[in-house]
Design a protein around this ligand. Sequence first.
Ligand code: ATP
Ligand code: MEV
Length: 917
Amino acid sequence: MAPTINLAKNAVHDLPTPEPESPFRSRKPYRFSTLCATIDNPDMKDQYGSSSVPIYQSSTFKGVGNQFDYSRSGNPTRSHLEHHIAKISSATHAFAVSSGMAALDVILRLLKPGDEVIAGDDLYGGTNRLLAYIRTHVGVTVHHVDTTDPTSLHAFIHPTKTAMVLLESPTNPLLKIADLATISRDVKERAPGAIIVVDNTMMSPYLQRPLEHGADVVYDSATKYLSGHHDLMAGVVTCNRDDVAKQIAFTINAVGNALTPIDSFLLLRGIKTLALRIDRQQATAQLVAEYLYGLGFHVNYPGLDSHPGRDIHTRIADGNGAVLSFETGNKELSEKIVGGTRLWGISVSFGCVNSLISMPCVMSHASIDAATRAARGLPEDLIRLCVGIEDSHDLVDDLENSLLEAGAIELNAAQNKYVRIPDSNSLTQTVHRLDEDKSKDQTEWFVSAPGKVILFGEHAVVHGVTAIAASVDLRCYGLATPRKDGKLSVHFADIDNFYHEWDVDSLPWEAVTPIALGEEPPEVLDEKLIDALNKGPLGHLDDTQSASRGAGLTFLYLYMILSNVRDRPAFNFTARSTLPVGAGLGSSASFSTCAATASLLVHRRISLPAPPAPSSSSHIHVSHEGRRAIPPTIAAEVNKWAFVAEKILHGNPSGVDNSVAVYGGALAYTRAGFSRKSGMEAIQGFKSLGFLLTNSKVPRDTKKLVAGVGEKKANEPDLVNGILDAIQGISDEARRALADPELPRDSLLSALSALIKENHEHLITLGVSHPALETIRAATANPYGLSTKLTGAGGGGCAVTLIPDDFEAEALQDLIKDLIRENFHPYLTSVGGSGLGILSPHAEHRNPERDTHRPRNDVGQVTPPKTPIPQGQSQVEIVDGFAKKASDLEPLRPAFEATGTTELTGWASELGRWLYV
Ligand SMILES: Nc1ncnc2c1ncn2[C@@H]1O[C@H](COP(=O)(O)OP(=O)(O)OP(=O)(O)O)[C@@H](O)[C@H]1O
Ligand SMILES: C[C@@](O)(CCO)CC(=O)[O-]
């Protein structure tokens, strides 16, 4: 049904509703399409009675005191347009500017430094870019939240700081629905001064008028539906608040971005057919959405019964619009489909009379970085369709041809209809089923991350010097097992077998400001939350339990800050490590990485991509046996949060430990914020080196040791700065030696040996050695002639000794015996193995034969991941046409907690395929 417009009270602009003909037969207000087509402003009657508004192509106007003087401030053609837009938008004020982004820009200029903005997490890429700009240049904080749940905004609304809430419904390109009416009411109650702004481009005033639902300001990219022909760029802003309108008018005049006379004319002409075009476009969009849904694709369109926001949308809007999106499960397939259409033009933008097809991740939303896209759940394979006015049969035919040619659908002879090809996407469908059924998801996530050995630069790296570090073959394992009783529990098997559980609802939620998806964690920790956790959930721990307090605090902090109000999952997190805890081998960073990954997975802030289809004759898929299966975007997201966890455990970490735990291999790492170029670089040539790690078994506290060096630097700056420069020289020298393929092996080893000695001397001067470490050093030097240094924070913990290639096996055995006699714990290790690992959740990758309860005696030898089972020979049980879900498998938790530490690695590797960074 065509909508009628609501007459805004005190409307400045008259409406062409005729006077009642007689007191007995009143005339109804004109309906929308009539208003659209009738451009009539009684205050600006044309002197010649022209049927079409003339183009006043004039920059200046003669005469003093007349209505117009300069086109930047006002122009008759634009005034006609603005009057018309106000009329169809239920607005008292309307402004026309040079583009949709210009419209947003004049609105954002209402903000001042220190203000906070709450915005959706599925915004147009350009909107994100401008928000990021004002965040960095104006000092405005922007919180991105999932606006599909009005309550998810509550935690971010501040009574005085929240200055603006930026909404869009449906969103572009995921077509998510925000309840504009409820959000507007909630925000007004909690932050009366906040301005509610709605981007209404996807709907246009014909289908949705947010001012009627409590919004203060609405803007449209008029380049889209309002103009309808992709022949101009324009933006419009409407509002009913005189104070806001005054400021917007000031900005437009001051900036000079008002719409030109000729574009105002074209836009007026376009608007006349708005209702007509949209009626046709959305009818075809409904048809296309049903067609794709019928084939078995995951389709986002509020006109489908399956759309989760359909009821809300129907309440606030008069139609479903003409934009929809769908997923194919495979980026390459999507590219083929997009490239194969003829009638659907490959183009950004939408709202034109011609149909368009695009892949948002590579086109309209490419300005949002890949990590943020992933964090906000924007699928890389998403195809957006913007339906035009062409014949619907032709559009469907063209799409069908392209789907067929791309190999996305095939004819099912029995049913005599096209269906999605199951082979290429059955797994994606499974994943979708699991995704759609979020509340019932019972995936048990098993993750692991390695410890590290620092060869050069510990402590100095905290102060901006480059450190060289590599992963060791000892790992922390973390297992997140869903619970059904609303409780969150932790089990730290390595720390006095610590176990504790809390009701999720009893956690101090009032103290947390959750960080929305894609948002950077603040530089400094949230002390309010830390204090609340220490006093509340961890209040029962005494001073002898500082390791459990640290681990518990880290876990709860991440769980709460990464949570979203709607979904606070209950689960148990068990951590177990084959690393010695607190001995300088990065046990805290590997624990932090596991805890961060588990929380991100459980809160669905990261999700693993579907595995690639097996090789076909046209495309070879190289199996890396799980390596490189975790994309860099996910690694970066985990690393960011593992660093936050390290801050809790370490106070002032450099970030080197967590970076090695996430990325594995060997790295040259330089912290940001100092004079040197920051970042990390992979180092080759480490893997072939042999190291002996010796645990002095002297406990120490990294946090105190790091703080101690900081104090020394403050008290004796010349001494410490000199040492820092010298250590930088050592790292540079080591890097050069390792990177030189021509350097003979023995020269490399003797160079590294000398550098190890030199670095250790500096660490002694910094005050972080310990008599036990000096004993280990002496024992390896004499009579064995080996070089040893402390590694990690020192003060006890481990020492690392370089073992040259030609070092006699017998001498090595003697050295090991000597060290054991002195009550040390020596351990031969290789370095440079994989970083973060996640046991594949894909049923195809799980070992269905695994017996989780069988006690294992074989000692922890890493078994290479299994080769995937070829298509068609899957041993995985198929239930209702889908592979058995990971959640249907027996929980790993009992066996994980029962397996001996030496067997842990072997046991874990046999569970199925591990995916690594
Ligand atoms: N397996 C684990 N389970 C629970 N908590 C752990 C585990 N491993 C480490 N932690 C946490 O990390 C703390 C140890 O951190 P610390 O920095 O002192 O040692 P490290 O990381 O081994 O040494 P370095 O930072 O010098 O490499 C523990 O007290 C505990 O809070
Ligand atoms: C002591 C230190 O340099 C290494 C701890 O493993 C601290 C850090 O870099 O975070």
